[in-house]
Design a protein around this ligand. Structure first.
Ligand SMILES: Cc1cc2nc3c(=O)[nH]c(=O)nc-3n(C[C@H](O)[C@H](O)[C@H](O)COP(=O)(O)O)c2cc1C
Length: 261
């Protein structure tokens, strides 16, 4: 497949065969990740490969027991990494000023761009992938488990392996509502509702097709898709709790220089 076809064929895979990735395929994926653009070519990220079944089982618990982690042969965790750069600067007699939020954001962008390169490389080789947002939800525990030192922060994780399912591609919001010409065109209420009109049906039907979720939706009195997001999937309380933990970890890892707080 050419690159555009690979991109357009993307869908997240959540059921995997256990077949290990041949070393040469993993090497191709890791190499493609490092070919990503990065700020100043500093490559302020690292990738941690997890293949050991026991360590995968431990990460399965930290990633809210998402079973694809047990099924797939490997996980790739992308971390913001200024540790290497800071050490090199100091060893070279240079004084690194990278203990701040800007540097964290730069490293986060580098890590995510590298991750997406890895994802596309894996898909182009015929593998399935799924991102794990739980990397942020459990960042403190994952940082501890992966023994991340000062100036290193977990950014995201990719599950990679041979697909054991063939889901249809998921619909996207209408492209005309996503693209703005020359300046941001703030939509009217009616336009916002129109943007989500198809999603409301498609998303609702999808969630209702999972028996556990359908039961939860019925029992909780959730009335529409927006409430599925706000009351069940990503709640204010949980987001606040995770944000507090993330800020604490950012501080502990040295990304919140007191002078900039
Ligand atoms: C940063 C990020 C985190 C994600 N975290 C999860 C996750 O923890 N579990 C999961 O099943 N899917 C996860 N996904 C996959 C999304 O649910 C998926 O991309 C979205 O529903 C669109 O579906 P598609 O990728 O099949 O097109 C994540 C995606 C991204 C980009």
């Amino acid at each position: 497949m050419n690159t555009i076809d690979t991109l357009n064929a993307h869908r997240s895979i959540r059921r995997y065969l256990p077949d290990p990735l041949p070393r040469e395929d993993l090497d191709k994926i890791l190499h493609a990740a490092t070919r990503a653009s990065s700020s100043g070519n500093m490559q302020t990220y690292s990738m941690i490969v997890t293949e050991d079944p026991e360590r995968k089982a431990a990460l399965h618990r930290l990633h809210f027991e998402q079973d694809m982690i047990l099924e797939a042969p490997m996980l790739l965790t992308f971390v913001v990494d200024w540790h290497r750069m800071n050490r090199w600067c100091r060893l070279s007699g240079a004084d690194p000023g990278y203990d701040n939020f800007l540097s964290f954001m730069v490293g986060f962008a580098d890590a995510l761009i590298a991750a997406q390169n890895a994802a596309i490389a894996a898909e182009s080789l015929g593998y399935g992938i799924c991102y794990m947002g739980t990397t942020l939800s459990s960042s403190t525990e994952i940082a501890k488990f992966l023994e991340l030192p000062e100036s290193v922060y977990p950014a995201t994780t990719l599950v990679i392996g041979k697909a054991n399912e063939n889901p249809d591609p998921r619909a996207r919001l209408p492209i005309a509502k996503i693209v703005h010409r020359e300046r941001y065109e703030t939509p009217s209420d009616e336009q916002v509702l129109e943007t989500y009109r198809n999603r409301e049906t498609e998303g609702w039907n999808r969630y209702m097709s999972f028996p556990d979720l359908a039961k939860l939706i019925q029992e909780s009195g959730v009335r529409n898709l927006a409430e599925v997001y706000t009351k069940l999937k990503y709640t204010k309380d949980e987001n606040r709790e995770i944000s507090t933990a993330m800020l604490e970890l950012l501080r502990a890892k040295g990304f919140l220089d007191p002078a900039t707080r």
